[in-house]
Every structure is written in structure tokens, then in C-alpha cells.
Design a protein around this ligand. Structure first.
Ligand code: SF4
Length: 373
């Protein structure tokens, strides 16, 4: 049932579903509405908003959540990252709908009229910042592939990401005289940066030079291949290549900026031993004691929640390990966040492997496990 639900959330390729209950009563899932055109999405953001708390709540005191969103700008809708623990793909769909640069710049231009604006834009992004401004041609013509993901441990070779539109957009924002700093705080897919051989490095340099504040947050979530596969995340060699590029750029720019890493403890498939390995990797390869570790929460409408409740691999139906004991879940987090002394590994480069080139057929063979029916 979940495979049917998940496969029928994409405009253009999805069908309506119904399920009978108690004889004669039906639960209906309507197909999603069509994706907005650029003109339509621009219109939504051009309407004009107060950028303030509703007066009803304002009268009850400060709303701290406002600080992060008041002067943040949405550049696009959608995400094809499909991390299995995240529901955004189901909410927003796998097709990116980007706003025009004109609409985004014009929204930011209006900030100068706002009484609270001090020149700082907290975020220019979307569910994943660097999916702005490009899409797979096959997807635009005939809808998403139902049997394979666009990104997983490898990026689909048909996708051909380019960061040129986002570099151009950020350049235009920097030129606005009332903008002192525009941060990109939304998540970044570092595998897309590496896949973009033409503009990827230039994009990363743009972020390092202008759009982060001393630290850049990335979300590898784990380093164990088995757990990463259950999460549908890129492997650790992709992370280490990105770290090397980031460190090299900072060295060249003379900046002391560093990466922070979001990690998940007790994700389906993750055992205490996997977390101990993660800790060792963080100490020796990343040279830090991780702080941003969250204990897995089974979010509704996600494959990870399906794994959590059924205790099965959703594709093979084989039994899988799930940590459900609250104390042992916490222990998985504690072993990683514990403050320990560590030494730099002499094998620092051991995870940096040459990038493998896949053709579409090979990609399908590798990721065909996503086939639903
Ligand atoms: S061809 Fe690749 S990038 Fe395009 S929709 Fe299919 S899986 Fe996604």
C-alpha cells in the first residue's frame, strides 16, 4: 500500500487511489495538482506579504521562530533528493519549479521598505538550495521515472545538474546596495556539486567567499554503507571529496571556516556498533566530536517510518534491525556526541576515491531496487 501511495504523488504520472473500508466506504487519495509554471509560482511570491507575526500572536509576546524566516527567500519548490526519512518529496514532489531571477530579486528589493530589515538575508534557498534553476529534460517531457531515484549513492547521469543559474542569482543579490549579507542556509547536496564539472567548483567558491558565516552545515547523516542505503544518501567518499574541496578553497581564500555535520542515531538498520564506527570516523577523518546528532523520529509518509513499524526492508521484505528501546536509542546518540580526545588519521585521504562514471543503463541496474510493482 505504501509503494502505491508513494508512487502516486507526482504530477503528470500519478493516478487517484481508493481503498475500501468496512464494506462500501472508500478512502480516496486524489492525484496531485499539476506543477505550477514559472509565471504562476512568481505570482504567488509577488503578491506581497507583511513579513511579520499575526497580530493575535504578536500581542502574546515574541515569536522566536520569526527570526529565521522573516527575511528568508524561497527560490524554488520541490526536491528529488528523496532521503528516506524526509517527507518533503511527498509534500512538494520530485520536480523542481523555480522562480524567475527577476521575481526573487524584486522580492529582496522590497525589503528596504521594511522597518525590521537590517541588511541580512537569513536564507536564499528551498528544500535543497542547489536544486535551483535546472531540471532533467526527460522529467520535464514525460514526468519522473517511477522505478529509479534521481539521486541516491550516485546522481542519475541524465540529470546533468548546473549551478550557473544560482551563481548568477546570488551575484545579482550581492549587488543590491541595501543587502549586507545573503546567507545560503538551506541544505546543499554535495553530490550535485561534484556532478557539475563545469560550474560546481565555482558555485562552492561563491558560497565559501560570500554566503556562509564561518561554518557550513552539511547532512551526511551517517557513514555506514548499509545505513546510508536505507537512508538513500550518498556514500562517504562523496562527503570526503566535498570536504577536501571545501578545505582547499578556504585555504586559498585565507578563511578559517569549517563544516558541521548533521547526523542521525538509531535510524532503521543502525546498530550501536555502526554508531561507534561513525564516532571513530568523525574523530579520525573529520577531526571533530559531532554535536548535531538527532535520534531518529519516524516521520509519517516516509520509507524510514515504514521500515520502523514493519521492521522489514520495504523492497526485499527481509527482516531488518530496528532499535526501538528509548534508552538504547539515546545510547546510539551518546557514543557519537561524547567528548573524546582524538588524533588526526594518517589515512585521511583513504576515502577519497576516483569518481566512477555511470551510464544510464548501469545506473538503472544499480538502483533498480526501487521498482515498485
Ligand atoms: S531520468 Fe534520472 S533525473 Fe530524470 S527523472 Fe529519471 S531518474 Fe530522475
Amino acid at each position: 500500500m505504501f509503494h502505491h501511495f508513494y508512487a502516486n504523488n507526482e504530477p503528470g504520472v500519478s493516478k487517484g487511489l481508493m481503498q475500501e473500508h468496512d464494506g462500501g466506504r472508500y478512502l480516496i487519495q486524489n492525484p496531485p495538482q499539476e506543477s505550477m509554471t514559472e509565471e504562476e509560482i512568481d505570482h504567488i511570491y509577488d503578491i506581497g506579504y507583511e513579513r511579520d507575526v499575526h497580530p493575535y500572536y504578536k500581542s502574546q509576546g515574541e515569536v522566536r521562530g520569526l527570526q529565521t524566516i522573516q527575511f528568508s527567500v524561497t527560490t524554488h519548490h520541490g526536491c528529488y533528493g528523496e532521503c528516506n526519512f524526509c517527507a518533503i518529496t511527498v509534500h512538494q514532489g520530485r520536480t523542481i519549479r523555480s522562480r524567475s531571477q527577476k521575481s526573487i530579486v524584486s522580492e529582496i528589493d522590497q525589503f528596504k521598505e521594511h522597518k525590521d530589515f537590517k541588511g541580512i538575508i537569513n536564507d536564499v534557498g528551498g528544500a535543497t538550495a542547489n536544486m535551483y534553476g535546472f531540471e532533467c529534460n526527460k522529467k520535464l517531457k514525460s514526468g519522473v521515472c517511477q522505478d529509479i531515484p534521481c539521486t541516491s549513492s550516485q546522481v542519475c547521469p541524465i540529470l546533468k545538474p548546473t549551478h550557473a543559474p544560482q551563481i548568477e542569482l546570488l551575484g545579482k543579490i550581492r549587488k543590491l546596495p541595501h543587502v549586507k549579507k545573503a546567507f545560503v542556509n538551506s541544505g546543499i547536496r554535495y553530490d550535485l556539486i561534484q556532478e557539475d564539472t563545469k560550474h560546481g567548483k565555482q558555485y562552492l567558491k561563491t558560497l565559501v567567499d560570500h554566503h556562509i558565516s564561518g561554518q557550513m552545515k552539511v547532512a551526511p547523516e551517517h557513514i555506514d554503507d548499509k545505513v546510508l542505503k536505507y537512508m538513500n544518501k550518498p556514500d562517504k567518499s562523496t562527503l570526503m571529496r566535498f570536504k577536501k574541496d571545501f578545505d582547499d578553497l578556504n585555504k586559498k581564500s585565507g578563511k578559517k571556516q569549517f563544516l558541521t555535520y548533521y547526523l542521525i542515531a538509531a535510524h532503521p538498520g543502525s546498530q550501536l556498533k555502526d554508531m561507534e564506527n561513525l564516532k571513530e570516523f568523525a574523530n579520525s577523518e573529520l577531526q571533530l566530536n559531532p554535536e548535531q546528532v538527532q535520534v531518529f523520529i519516524p516521520t509519517p509518509s516516509t520509507y524510514s517510518a515504514l521500515m520502523y513499524y514493519t521492521e522489514m526492508d520495504p523492497w526485499t521484505r527481509e527482516k531488518m534491525f530496528i532499535e526501538k528501546d528509548p534508552m538504547r536509542k539515546q545510547k546510539q546518540k551518546d557514543v557519537v556526541t561524547e567528548k573524546t580526545k582524538y588524533r588526526k588519521s594518517s589515512k585521511k585521504e583513504s576515502y577519497i576515491k576516483a569518481k566512477e562514471k555511470f551510464n544510464y543503463r548501469a545506473y538503472k541496474e544499480l538502483h533498480g531496487f526501487r521498482k515498485y510493482y
